[in-house]
Design a protein around this ligand. Structure first.
Ligand code: GLU
Ligand code: ZN
Length: 497
């Protein structure tokens, strides 16, 4: 089965709440919506659901925008882009929600509920004890004006609750899971507006889906249980003329699991998209891996570009069973993407990463070092952070250069002093500072002269000069580092050792 060509132009939305760090599951939702819009030549709307002033932050809002841009998911309508259905930040639309809530109450689709949190909790306990199904019991559905007056004079506050039609069951053909049904009576009356007047997700999300003429709602499976509520609310909104178009089609994307088949938790560092930005994953690698959390291009091919995804994306081929986030696989795929970059582009990305994440200002001379040195590491690293660590010894200010203490303890022992001294002598005499000459001089002096095995001969030199036991190829590294810095680091290692 594949999605039939839509009768109306496709309009999808990505509508996160700006709380905490951008999560990889959320990025996956953004990606699938983007791919669906691009595949159908539709519109990708980016909306910010920030009506919870306690939890939403400006920092998180900024991170959302940066993350979307980093991933390369461009939006057609939304913050900083605008569009015909704006504003696209719900905190700028509060008047509309207040108006809709009032109309729902006036028409009897919603009512004021004066129950206190304590009362609700006590009744929940009683339900549990009596093994009755959980959920609001309808206590305030039919309050008389005397009761309302009494509550008000007690100084109670009230929330606005939606009145779920009791006799109706709710079904839809989910684009991913097929038919889903919630039987009549299972879904209880739920809160639309908090006691402090703040409208909740339950209200603002469908209201804006209607206002923005959204045709398809693609979102995580964790929101499946809010769909029957929204279908009921849509019914009321249409009756009031607040919603005019058709109810959108729904597709619920599979859960993203972490290690040990637990849901990937916000506390896992690898659950935050920022982790991948800071570690220097490529957007190409990241979007590719996120796509595999529920979808694949073909059975035998894991690597594909964003454009290939958009060209081939079919929402009905998204898997309904949970996807597992496998950091090793994600990293291996990223390494493939790193190797696919041409040398110049890799050097450019590495330069940008060093500036953005390592605070290294890239002037032409630094970029020259990065350009000559990056071919030494491109095949050896899985992330730009690894490349940056490997090339640190070439980029660091001389005064700030230091040898890793563990590596120093292991390699720069008393036995190493004669090796380092011999290399200093050999390199001081060198006329041409090229990797070939450096290699020949060190082999003659250390392997032949001192009779050392290459590993024992070059190990101390590598640690003294690069600061670590693992470095890019030694002789090329020394050529790039230059005679003066090489000799001064070797001498320092003799003195310190
Ligand atoms: N703001 C909601 C969330 O982040 C959006 C859910 C939806 O896509 O409907 O969970
Ligand atoms: Zn109540």
């Amino acid at each position: 089965m594949s999605t039939p060509p839509a009768a109306h132009p496709v309009r999808v939305r990505f509508c996160p709440s700006p709380t905490g760090n951008p999560h990889v599951g959320m990025a996956r939702t953004a990606l699938f919506n983007w791919a669906f819009a691009r595949h159908h030549g539709g519109t990708f709307v980016f909306r910010i659901e920030d009506t919870d002033s306690q939890r939403d932050t400006e920092e998180s809002y900024e991170q959302l925008l940066t993350s979307m841009r980093w991933l390369g998911l461009d939006w057609d309508e939304g913050p900083e882009v605008g569009g015909p259905f704006g504003p696209y930040r719900q905190s700028d639309r509060l008047d509309r929600y207040r108006d809709v809530a009032a109309r729902l109450v006036d028409a009897g689709h919603a009512y004021r509920c004066y129950c206190t949190p304590d009362e609700l909790e006590r009744r929940r306990e009683a339900d549990r004890a009596a093994k009755r199904p959980p959920g609001y019991d309808g206590h305030c559905r039919e309050l008389s004006s005397e009761q309302v007056g009494a509550y008000e004079s007690e100084g109670r506050t009230s929330v606005v609750r939606f009145r779920m039609p009791e006799a109706e069951s709710y079904s839809w053909i989910d684009l991913i899971r097929g038919e889903v049904t919630f039987p009549a009576g299972e879904v209880r009356d739920y809160v639309l507006v908090r006691a402090n007047g703040e409208p909740l997700y339950t209200l603002v999300n469908p209201v804006d889906d209607a206002a923005m003429q959204i045709t398809h709602v693609l979102r995580g499976e964790d929101l499946l249980s809010s769909t029957p509520r929204q279908l009921a609310l849509w019914g009321a909104l249409r009756e009031l003329g607040v919603a005019e178009g058709a109810i959108p089609e729904f597709g619920h994307l599979p859960y993203v699991m972490g290690e040990g088949n637990k849901k990937l938790s916000k506390r896992d560092p690898e659950s935050s998209l920022l982790f991948y930005v800071e570690q220097g994953y490529l957007p190409e690698g990241m979007t590719n891996y996120l796509a595999l959390l529920g979808w694949s291009l073909t059975e035998d091919r894991d690597r594909f570009s964003l454009q290939e995804m958009a060209d081939a994306f079919d929402i009905t081929r998204v898997n309904s069973s949970p996807a597992r986030f496998d950091l090793k696989k994600c990293t291996a795929l990223n390494a493939d993407w790193i190797r696919l970059l041409d040398a110049e582009e890799f050097a450019r990305r590495l330069g940008a990463f060093l500036t953005a994440e390592r605070g290294i200002g890239i002037d032409p001379s630094v970029q020259r070092v990065v350009s000559v040195a990056s071919p030494l590491v491109q095949e050896r690293v899985e992330t730009l952070a690894q490349a940056s660590d490997m090339l640190h010894f070439l980029l660091v200010e001389e005064a700030a250069f230091s040898v890793d203490p563990d590596d120093s303890a292991k390699m720069l022992t008393a036995d190493a002093a004669p090796v380092l001294q011999a290399s200093i002598r050999a390199l001081e005499e060198l006329t041409d500072w090229t990797s070939a000459e450096i290699e020949a001089a060190l082999r003659t002096s250390l392997v032949e002269g001192l009779g050392l095995k290459p590993r024992l001969a070059f190990g101390p030199v590598r640690v003294a000069v690069s600061g670590r036991r693992v470095s890019p190829p030694l002789f090329e590294s020394l050529e790039i580092l230059g005679r003066q810095r090489t000799l001064s680091r070797l001498k320092a290692a003799v003195t310190d050792g």
